[in-house]
Design a protein around this ligand. Structure first.
Ligand code: DC
Length: 204
């Protein structure tokens, strides 16, 4: 079974996806981490980003992310890498390569996959498709307090990323058809996890 969780940056996708996976005993797939890996690798490479993406060996071990055998868990979370990731994610060749890898990963087993295009492109047949959203100010506040940054600064950068992430096939600000929408603005993590677990239960 695949549970697809999509939505804009700061809507709570990774926290929620991780918690849902833990609750249901599923494996968590963070597709944003894969774009972050390619952003990092492409920065240090002469090759086009699409080639870098198709060659990159990205693996998840427990809570660590490995890029060509190197532990990049902390490196991919640095603020500059968000921008690199968002740039390579706009490249169709990069998307093609990573979507193929993601489809291979979720083909067997039970997954909670989180990103921007899971319910639309990576796993359109997912049993459960959830679109998370939250008010832009709340999203920026969450990210700022997570990373200890200035809220106004985060809000300004979030606007730029939202716009770039909003290209065809990964409309991050609108729920795709057939998805269940959950607005996390006024919900606790437990309430969101309960709602998604109930959707999964209904499909089992
Ligand atoms: O969720 P995140 O911040 O780790 O994602 C990093 C970047 O990758 C972000 O700009 C959106 C992009 N992304 C994407 O285009 N498609 C996905 N499935 C996941 C992330």
């Amino acid at each position: 079974m695949v549970i697809a969780i999509d939505g804009p940056a700061g809507a709570g996708k990774s926290t929620v996806a991780r918690a849902v996976a833990e609750r249901l005993g599923f494996t968590y797939l963070d597709t944003g981490a894969m774009y972050r890996c390619v952003g990092l690798a492409a920065r240090d490479s002469e090759e086009p980003a699409g080639v870098v993406a198709s060659r990159a060996n990205i693996a998840f071990h427990d809570h660590a992310v490995l890029l060509d055998g190197e532990d990049v868990t902390a490196a991919i979370r640095r603020p500059g890498v968000s921008d690199l990731a968002s740039q390579v994610a706009a490249d169709p060749e990069v998307r093609k390569a990573l979507v193929a890898k993601q489809q291979e990963i979720v083909a067997t087993g039970n997954w909670v996959a989180e990103g921007r295009d899971i319910g639309t492109v990576v796993a359109p047949d997912a049993a459960v498709k959830v679109f998370l959203h939250a008010d832009p100010e709340v999203r920026a506040e969450r990210r700022a307090s997570q990373l200890n940054l200035d809220v106004q600064d985060v809000l300004a950068k979030q606007r730029v990323r939202d716009e770039r992430d909003n290209t065809e096939g990964r409309s991050t600000l609108e729920a795709p058809p057939g998805s269940d929408q959950v607005d996390t603005t006024n919900l606790t993590l437990d309430e969101v996890v309960d709602a998604i677990a109930a959707l999964a239960e209904a499909k089992r």
